[in-house]
Every structure is written in structure tokens, then in C-alpha cells.
Ligand binder design. Structure first.
Ligand code: FES
Length: 79
């Protein structure tokens, strides 16, 4: 599985000593980046060979198109 994530930030986020022990978001869906806020639960049902796009409320839809591979691979060759 893969997901297309819109990232608006253009700068790094400083991690302070108060942040030690917190979990860093690896799914890209957290509203509290760089920290995990539990939003990763929304991608638990993703299927390995498909690509997903998530709305602001973390509802998923399957991405179609791109290079024409089944399920869309997200490579943007045909955009
Ligand atoms: S890993 Fe992204 S919200 Fe938890």
C-alpha cells in the first residue's frame, strides 16, 4: 500500500527534551506532526498493491490513474 499525503510545512520541526518518549508519525496522517495522534488507525485496512488518498477527516479513497497500473501507483507519469 501507499498513500498520497499533502504536506504544507516547508520547514523542520525542532524536537525538545519535553518531546522525548513521544511517538513520531510515520503514516503521514497525523494532525499533530511530527507526532503521532492516532490517525494511523485510518490506514489499517489498506491493501498492499493499492494507493490511497485521504481527505481532511482521514477518510480514504483509492487513487486511480497515474501510469495505468492497476490501482494506480502514484508515480504521476501521466499527469
Ligand atoms: S503513525 Fe501517523 S498518526 Fe500515528
Amino acid at each position: 500500500m501507499a498513500r498520497l499525503i499533502k504536506i504544507k510545512e516547508r520547514h523542520p520541526v525542532k524536537i525538545t527534551e519535553e518531546d522525548v518518549g513521544k511517538w513520531i508519525c510515520a503514516c503521514g496522517l497525523s494532525k499533530a506532526k511530527p507526532f503521532c495522534d492516532g490517525s494511523h488507525r485510518a490506514c489499517a485496512a489498506e491493501v498492499e498493491e493499492k494507493t490511497y488518498v485521504y481527505a481532511e477527516d482521514n477518510t480514504a479513497s483509492e487513487k486511480k490513474g497515474g501510469c495505468g497500473r492497476e490501482g494506480g501507483c502514484g508515480c504521476r507519469r501521466n499527469e
